[in-house]
Design a protein around this ligand. Structure first.
Ligand SMILES: [Zn+2]
Ligand SMILES: [Zn+2]
Length: 238
């Protein structure tokens, strides 16, 4: 087995949902300003941006995973390695089922936040919920500062050993956010990452950012909110 470890940011938004950066900008940024080997574009309820990024992949030295951050009825769920989109508005179990059906990887992002699947369960109901849902990975680090507390709880539960991989992603909505949270995996390619998740050998890490990120998000929040509103309207009309 290869003993090379690489970084992947598995949670990135583009202008195809509520991110501020367009796909070509994201691709250039990752190439020029990060040491990521793999990225996943995970827009809210659409694969358009991810497919566009995938089509540009050959021009760059990193690999792209086609993903989607799906709004299930109980919260956000990320699907990676998708072939076809999973619609919003299904139950968490059905959403995960549809991801697994196409050999995708289901990740629960920001698990205890307001739009997190385990938000309503809290710390105590978490273990029961975990055993009911057949997801593959839990996003342990998410660099948006207000999630620091939730991350700590997630890490504690995860440490209990549920047989779930830990992944990290930035949940970047701006270029500078990309890579601030990432997954360390064995190998270099997207397929290596998939095996690493299956073998539970990924590690979630967070880069520097902290206060700087908080300030950037504070400045950008009105704009992100507007785009959120636009996106949710679009989801509602589907
Ligand atoms: Zn989310
Ligand atoms: Zn997100």
């Amino acid at each position: 087995m290869k003993d090379v470890w690489s970084k992947a940011d598995l949670h990135i938004h583009s202008s195809h949902s509520d991110g501020l950066a367009r796909i070509p900008q994201i691709m250039e940024h990752v190439q020029e300003h990060t040491d990521l080997s793999v990225i996943a574009i995970t827009d809210h309820n659409t694969m358009e941006g991810a497919l566009f990024a995938k089509s540009l992949e050959d021009m760059y030295e990193f690999e792209v995973i086609v993903g989607e951050e799906i709004s299930s009825r109980s919260g956000h769920i990320i699907g990676l390695f998708l072939e076809k989109p999973v619609p919003a508005g299904l139950s968490a179990a059905e959403t995960i089922h549809r991801i697994n059906d196409q050999q995708g990887i289901a990740i629960i992002p920001h698990p205890f936040s307001k739009r997190g699947v385990f938000g309503p369960f809290g710390r105590n109901g978490f273990l029961d919920a975990v055993s009911e849902l057949a997801f593959q990975a839990l996003e342990v680090y998410n660099s948006i500062p207000y999630l620091v507390w939730a991350n700590r709880v997630a890490a504690k539960v995860f440490a209990g050993g549920q047989g779930i991989a830990a992944t990290g992603g930035s949940d970047a909505h701006v270029l500078k956010g990309i890579g601030t949270g990432y997954t360390l995996f064995r190998g270099t390619s997207a397929e290596d990452l998939r095996s690493s998740v299956k073998n539970l050998e990924t590690r979630a890490e967070t880069g520097s950012g902290g206060l700087g990120m908080a300030v950037r998000y504070a400045v950008r929040i009105p704009q992100i909110r507007r785009q959120h509103a636009w996106n949710w309207e679009r989801c509602a009309s589907e």
